[in-house]
Write a protein that binds this ligand. Structure first.
Ligand SMILES: CC(C)(COP(=O)(O)OP(=O)(O)OC[C@H]1O[C@@H](n2cnc3c(N)ncnc32)[C@H](O)[C@@H]1OP(=O)(O)O)[C@@H](O)C(=O)NCCC(=O)NCCS
Length: 163
């Protein structure tokens, strides 16, 4: 039995969300980019810089000691400063990560569901994300209702309708 709960993200979660961005950057076995290198990349930094802005929202999974073990959040990007999964102004982009010890136990799927519920409640009609072709998370996203809307050299942009 996996013992965790999900709560809304708060401004003081910024450092943990940065950890999750580093996890996402290092998803591939054998790749280990140091935290400062990942966070110096403007695209990765853009997912967490200034957290929490008024339009940002997220959910954090915590263990029995209230320590964060995973998070999913969304953020809006402008057309002249897009991140990786940009499709249109006003469509938030989802980012997700789970600490290695807690993976493959349902936490990621539960976070995705909680976040898409939050985005729907906030009035968004769509949510987008970006994933590399060979990341298993691709299958997770498809099974949660995301479809590929754009295919790049290494990555796909996937969108889910929230209606
Ligand atoms: C991607 C990630 C957020 C998924 O969270 P998770 O808690 O591990 O996922 P879940 O346990 O909810 O599993 C979701 C589905 O993926 C499958 N899955 C989980 N780990 C897997 C693995 N290593 N290989 C293949 N499939 C896997 C599960 O079987 C599950 O499907 P099921 O419900 O049909 O069994 C998490 O693994 C992670 O942080 N990975 C590293 C960073 C990353 O890749 N982020 C995404 C960048 S786009």
């Amino acid at each position: 039995m996996v013992d965790y709960t999900i709560r809304p993200a708060i401004p003081s979660d910024g450092a943990f969300l940065a950890d999750m961005v580093v996890e996402a950057a290092n998803w591939r076995a054998g790749v280990n980019r140091p935290r400062p290198t990942v966070l110096a990349d403007p695209v990765y930094r853009g997912y967490i810089a200034g957290w929490q802005r008024p339009a940002d929202a997220g959910v954090v999974a915590i263990d029995g000691d209230a320590k964060p073990i995973g998070a999913a959040w969304y953020r809006l990007f402008a057309a002249d400063a897009p991140a990786r999964g940009f499709v249109a102004t006003g469509v938030p982009e989802l980012i997700i990560g789970v600490r290695p010890l807690w993976r493959a136990q349902g936490v990621g799927r539960a976070l995705m569901r909680a976040l898409t519920d939050a985005a729907r409640t906030a009035g968004f009609a769509r949510i987008t994300l970006s994933v590399e072709h060979d990341n298993f998370a691709h299958a997770l996203y498809r099974s949660e209702g995301f479809s590929v809307v754009e295919t790049g050299r290494d990555r796909d942009t996937m969108v889910r309708l929230l209606g």
